[in-house]
Design a protein around this ligand. Structure first.
Ligand SMILES: [Zn+2]
Length: 337
């Protein structure tokens, strides 16, 4: 892994921030590393296009931030896919990040159950997701092994799931904060809604692995009388974790607070260094094109294609970006000839 290039050795934090960016940072004196994700038009484009019920959109927005946060950290060519599969009103979330910065996302949910959850005032992330799992997949192409990390979802948030994953699988002390909100702005003739999202990831990466030990999570169903595992956590991590827990949702999405100012506000005492970031854009994959859809239709049997004809045409809609591809029944087979 190569070290990101240092932006400028020492200067005041920038007042302005660019939306749709990821900014890595380092607090060397505490062995902390992290990244700040700030999404404006990207998350608005994704969520506005789907027009899901508000709590579903917010939840998918959180998943987009988490995916961008983790996917952009991987020094790979390929895709990073985050997917939930659960028994709650939102049965599925899929966010697909293609290096270096393309993201797309969609949700699968039960309309009636989501409406009931909203009516009952129980539409927080944990209630919408329910129980199941979250899978994170790294796909580097057909000739490479796929890597998959799995973590249980048990009525908690995506932040909880991320903490659980880094604790159990990576064994890296990690804190994640995710925030999504709709910004209301007065415009001529009413108000305009725009989605904004942001997040911060903080990890403790000391040179000596001994220092990275953290106490086990609650053993839950351990038999009575079991000694609960207690451990003195490293002071540097305790400090970092405490600082990041003070971050308010609004600080993660406020366009007036730059990513640099946010990390400076948190870590000016120990000192913080920021690195050149990367940009993110909302874009569907290369498999979302008329040619790809046509190739897919050609791979079906004539019988299957016949069953797809409705109102005299075959219509295929992309779940991610809602692009619609329409073919005349004879069009696909004629070319297949
Ligand atoms: Zn698409």
């Amino acid at each position: 892994m190569s070290n990101p290039e240092i932006a400028i050795p020492s200067r005041a934090p920038a007042a302005t921030t660019a939306d749709d960016t990821v900014m890595p940072f380092e607090v060397a004196s505490l062995d902390l590393r992290g990244r700040v994700v700030r999404l404006g038009p990207v998350v608005d484009q994704i969520l506005a296009r789907h027009a899901y019920p508000q709590p579903v959109a917010k939840l998918l927005g959180e998943a987009v931030v988490l995916t961008v946060m983790l996917g952009s950290a991987l020094k790979i060519d390929g895709r990073f896919i985050l997917q939930t599969k659960t028994d709650g009103p939102v049965r599925m979330l899929v966010v697909d990040f293609t290096a270096p910065g393309k993201v797309r996302a969609c949700a699968g949910f039960d309309k009636d159950r989501v409406a009931a959850a909203i009516a009952a005032g129980k539409a927080d992330a944990g209630a919408l997701l329910g129980h199941g799992h979250l899978a994170m997949t790294i796909d580097q192409g057909p000739d490479m092994n796929r890597y998959q990390g799995l973590v249980a979802l048990a009525g908690g948030s995506l932040e909880d799931a991320a903490h659980e994953y880094f604790h159990r699988s990576e064994q890296i002390p990690t804190r994640v904060r995710l925030a999504v909100a709709e910004e209301l702005r007065a415009v001529q003739g009413g108000a305009s809604h725009r989605w904004r999202a942001g997040g911060i990831l903080l990890q403790f990466l000391p040179k000596s692995p001994e220092r990275a030990r953290v106490a086990d999570l609650d053993p839950g169903d351990a038999p009575e009388g079991t000694q609960v595992h207690t451990l003195q956590e490293d002071e540097a991590w305790v400090e970092g974790r405490a600082l990041v827990s003070t971050v308010e949702d609004v600080e993660l999405i406020d366009p007036a607070l730059s990513s640099e100012r946010l990390v400076y506000r948190l870590f000016h005492e120990p000192g913080v260094r920021v690195f050149h970031g990367s940009e993110v854009r909302a874009e569907c994959s290369c498999s979302c094109s008329r040619a790809s859809v046509e190739a897919m239709l050609k791979s079906f049997s004539q019988n299957d294609r016949d069953h797809m004809v409705e109102d005299g045409k075959i219509s295929v809609t992309c779940e991610f970006c809602s692009a619609n591809y329409v073919f005349a029944p004879g069009e696909v087979e004629a070319k297949a000839g």
